[in-house]
Design a binder for this molecule. Structure first.
Ligand SMILES: [Zn+2]
Length: 82
């Protein structure tokens, strides 16, 4: 299944447990780091760490989380509500 097919598959879902659990899995991966980097920033664990510059690749919330929040039209999604 290529990327466009995956998007079409997601679009075909009605609101059931499957897309909810998939969305939750993504949100669980894109979580804030336990501690700050060299620049005192809390980063996203899933988006990676740049060891050359000793900083997270993305500040939390990362673009993935922001996109999800935008689509859900909320900010700061409590994980237990997903
Ligand atoms: Zn991320």
């Amino acid at each position: 299944m290529n990327h466009d097919e995956l998007l079409a598959e997601i679009d075909s879902y009605s609101y059931t447990y499957k897309p909810k659990s998939a969305l939750r899995a993504v949100v669980e991966l894109h979580k804030p780091s336990e501690g700050p980097d060299e620049y005192e920033n809390i980063g996203c664990e899933a988006c990676g760490f740049d060891s050359e510059y000793m900083q997270y690749a993305q500040i939390y919330p990362c673009p993935t989380i922001k996109a999800i929040e935008k689509e859900l039209k909320i900010h700061g999604i409590p994980e237990d509500e997903l």
